[in-house]
Design a protein around this ligand. Structure first.
Ligand code: PHE
Ligand code: ZN
Length: 850
């Protein structure tokens, strides 16, 4: 069991690193890393360096002289040199170690992916490469020589020199070891250049395997867009002569912001109309932007320690969300982000894994790359921006970049910048960073007709979370507007600042009782509890000027209908009728209409039922959702079929927001119409479509109807050797199959020779796909739980980080009935009992079971 680390135990490193010099000779089984690190004393204490058990240490020197073994203590994790054995002020530490990239299946440190040498060092991967102070507050300029016969040799910073079989790179910007990167392989690039706002020309390359070269242009366009956007929106300019992106097939996460050398999961780089969907394109653009934006928020200004992870991640997610909102549709992007936040972060916050955006303890930092750190971290910044205004935000960010460039910072530094720039006291606001849990905001309304006065009475309450029982009130920015019963806006958006546990806000001069449009733009990450009639919701769905609140009204209507149906009741006809109004309103953005048509997911319905204090039944929820879809289809057949025809996008495929929005509405209509036509349209679309968006939309329908045999065979015949497309083949089947079929289908897929389960994308596609089929994963007989647990047991010794991450699919187990709880618990306990279980998965399973 790994030891727990605490935020309160932080102490600065007793040395500064002046320069780091690496010389790496690559070989699959015996890569030699020789290092020279120039240290300068900054405080008392021994020299402690981090390093993994995988380092075969051949020599250790101080100022070139071999170190006497008596002065050196080496454990599996650290190397310590006593203060007495070190020169007083400054010295150079040298080491030569040998490592084995080919055996590295954990994909942390230096490893091989399809013949490409690459690295992943965040959070603590550099210690698997050589001995080093592997902590983010130790920053140094790096000079790196890479030696290999492979044609392309890359590292951070600018190229300095190269010759036959070697290349030297220099990164002048001091950086922590987690931003180190090295790549060597038989790669080809899409190349371009970018001229920065001050006129410097930067060489840009997107490196991929030669066979993938025709799928890298979109990533390059996204990179240039991102670079320009950061200049215009934040005044941030790029700071090296080159910017390299490399795509690899084996990667634990999405992508990594290594200075000047971003390394990406190939699924977030490669795209062509025939192989990638609209959602893939949007995601690629957003992640390219995200990693690029880290150059300032993460790299130039980094984190003091890993407790501060949301300092860089929350801010960078916030920035990539702003970017996507700007280059696509802001209204649609906001709704998508809230759907993700609720689906992942609210779910996390409501269960055993709840933690604050800035945790104060962890066993394994890799387990804290969570929706709370990322997505809630971004929401908190959105609230801050709303509270200080656009101008205050810009002033604060300018001060942040000015004051902290080159530093490793804390959340305290971040908040202080806002306080100094705007004069606002943020002591109470800070609770958003330190307290876990999603506040519940309850609203009751008091209408005084005679005085024309509406009083909104708010109560905020946050349920206890693991380790935090006391939840003092937070600052909640509540954006509200008022809409008259016949749909006119009688009060435009106003932001109420709630700071107390209970607080009232009054509005005067109202002629008649309005409908309150609450939490416009989703102004705070809270759940809302308010009594509202379906008719009032329908008013908002038809007339709200705030597109988020408008979508929310429709979503609430759908949710009420689904909860009622899952509990044996029926849908309020007001919902079906109101939806007709949306379908027939030609002035609406098709992407928005598609979002309104998308019914809440089964997991979200289960969460809502649990919130309302009853036990969700996954089978009943599945049936309810199917039944509501069928009801909507027959009620609106004409409009839907009309939409399906009208939303066809003629001409060549473009991944832009407008055509993508039309396709998403077309596919939403297709999904509903398939309840009536038995999948006839879907089959026709599968046969005729030339882009992957429509192909996958059609395929999901065919799989759900259990008539996808021919389509799947065709897909395999055509795309059998395309890993990214085959990942879709592996995920759509368990995910969309009828619940009773899903586990057998998943088992059959797992038996295929091309189920390359050591590849994280492939593993996630199949195992994660099954877990995303709510009624199948939560099957009463426990077959879903067992299937997933068995595979986690197999993956854990090979790749603990990905196994631990996937174990979160179990985090909702406490919300179900006693039978399911017992089955889930048994599956988790089998996992926990593995004698060799990794620290990563061990921590997760213990927390999930606690
Ligand atoms: N820092 C990366 C990002 O958010 C995520 C990551 C974390 C990648 C850990 C790999 C390992 O952009
Ligand atoms: Zn990031």
């Amino acid at each position: 069991m790994a030891e727990t680390r605490f935020l309160r135990d932080y102490s600065p490193y007793p040395f500064r690193v002046r320069k780091t010099r690496l010389d790496v000779t690559l070989a699959p089984q015996g890569t030699v890393v020789s290092s020279r690190i120039e240290f300068e004393r900054a405080g008392p204490g021994p020299l402690v360096l981090d390093g993994g058990a995988g380092l075969r240490t051949r020599s250790v020197t101080i100022d070139g002289a071999p170190l006497d073994a008596a002065h050196l203590i080496m454990t599996g994790e650290t190397l310590t040199i006593a203060e007495a054995a070190l020169p007083a002020r400054s010295f150079t530490f040298g080491a030569e170690v040998e490592i084995d990239p080919e055996a590295n299946t954990a994909l942390e440190g230096l490893y091989l992916s399809g013949g490409i040498f690459c690295t992943q060092c965040e959070a603590e991967g550099f210690r698997h490469i050589t001995w080093y102070p592997d902590r983010p507050d130790v920053m140094a300029p790096f000079r790196v020589t890479v030696r290999s016969d492979l044609p392309v040799l890359l590292s951070n910073g600018n190229p300095v020199a190269q010759g036959e079989g070697w290349a030297e790179w220099h990164d002048p910007w001091p950086k922590p070891a987690y931003l180190f990167a090295l790549v060597a392989g038989d790669l080809k690039a899409v190349s371009d250049s970018f001229t920065t706002m001050s006129g410097r020309k930067v060489a840009l390359n997107v490196w991929v395997r030669p066979a993938d070269l025709d799928r890298a242009d979109f990533a390059m366009e996204a990179l240039k867009k991102s670079m320009r956007w950061d200049e215009t929106a934040y005044g941030r300019e790029y700071d090296l002569d080159v910017f390299n992106i490399v795509a690899v097939d084996d990667f634990n996460m999405g992508a990594m912001e290594n200075k000047g050398l971003n390394i990406f999961n190939s699924k977030l780089v490669l795209a062509s109309p025939e192989t990638a969907t609209d959602v893939d394109y949007e995601r690629i653009e957003a992640v390219i932007a995200h990693e690029y934006f880290h150059n300032w928020t993460g790299n130039r200004i980094t984190c003091r320690d890993w407790f501060q992870l949301c300092l860089k991640e929350g801010l960078t997610v916030f920035r990539d969300q702003q970017f996507t909102a700007d280059v696509r549709s802001a209204a649609v992007k906001r709704i998508e982000d809230v759907v993700t936040l609720r689906g992942r972060q609210f779910r996390e916050d409501a269960g055993p894994l709840a933690h604050p955006p800035r945790p104060d303890r962890y066993e394994e930092i890799n387990n804290f790359y969570t929706a709370t750190v990322y997505e809630k971290g971004a929401e908190v910044i959105g609230m801050l921006k709303r509270l200080v205004g656009d101008e205050g935000y810009r002033k604060s960010l300018d001060l942040y970049f000015d004051r902290h460039d080159g530093q490793a910072c804390t959340i305290e530094d971040w908040l202080k910048v806002f306080e100094d720039a705007t004069g606002r006291d943020l002591a109470q606001f800070k609770r958003w960073y330190t307290d876990a849990g999603t506040p519940k905001l309850s609203l009751s309304e008091d209408w005084d007709g005679e005085a024309g006065r509406l009083t909104l009475r708010f109560i905020q309450a946050t349920a206890p979370t693991p380790g935090q029982s006391d939840k003092p009130p937070r600052v909640i920015p509540i954006a509200v507007g008022l809409i008259s019963q016949n749909g006119d806006e009688v009060m435009p958006t106003r932001v109420l600042e709630m700071t107390e546990a209970r607080q009232d806000f009054g509005f005067d001069g109202l002629g008649s009782r309005p409908v309150v449009s609450l939490l416009r733009g989703f102004s705070a990450p809270v759940t809302v509890d308010r009594a509202m009639t379906a008719a009032e919701r329908a008013v908002l769905l038809a007339h709200d000027t705030d597109s988020f609140a408008r979508w929310q009204a429709g979503h609430d209507l759908a949710m009420d209908a689904l909860v009622a149906m899952a509990q044996g009741g029926s849908a309020d006809p007001v919902f079906t009728h109101a939806l007709g109004g949306v379908l027939d309103d030609a002035s609406l953005d098709p992407a928005f209409v598609a979002l309104v048509l998308r019914l809440p997911g089964e997991d979200e319905i289960a969460a809502e039922i649990a919130t309302r204090g009853t036990t969700p039944d996954p089978d009943a929820i599945h049936r309810a959702r199917e039944a509501l879809a069928a009801e909507l289809a027959s009620e609106h057949e004409r409009s839907l079929s009309d939409l399906y025809d009208r939303m066809e996008v003629p001409g060549a495929y473009s991944p832009e927001a407008e055509p993508a929005g039309r396709r998403s509405l077309r596919l939403a209509a297709l999904g509903l119409l398939s309840r009536l036509d038995g999948g006839q349209r879907a089959q026709a679309l599968w046969d005729s479509a030339s882009n992957m968006t429509e192909k996958m939309g059609a395929l999901a329908v065919l799989v759900r109807l259990d008539r996808a045999g021919a389509a799947l065979a065709g897909m395999e015949a055509h795309f059998g050797d395309n890993r990214l497309v085959m990942d879709k083949f592996f995920s759509v089947q368990p995910m969309a199959a009828p619940p009773a079929r899903a586990v057998p289908v998943a088992k059959a897929l797992a038996d295929r020779p091309d189920f390359d389960w050591k590849n994280p994308n492939r593993f996630r596609s199949l195992i994660g796909g099954l877990a995303a089929n709510h009624a199948a994963f939560h099957a009463l007989d426990g077959s879903g739980y067992d299937f997933v647990a068995d595979w986690l047991m197999r993956l854990d010794p090979v790749n603990p980080q990905t196994a631990a991450r996937l174990s979160t699919v179990f985090e909702t187990w406490p919300r179900y009935d006693a039978d399911r709880r017992a089955r889930a618990r048994a599956a988790l306990e089998r996992l926990a009992a593995l004698p060799s279980l990794s620290g990563n998965t061990g921590e997760m399973v213990r927390r999930i079971l606690a």
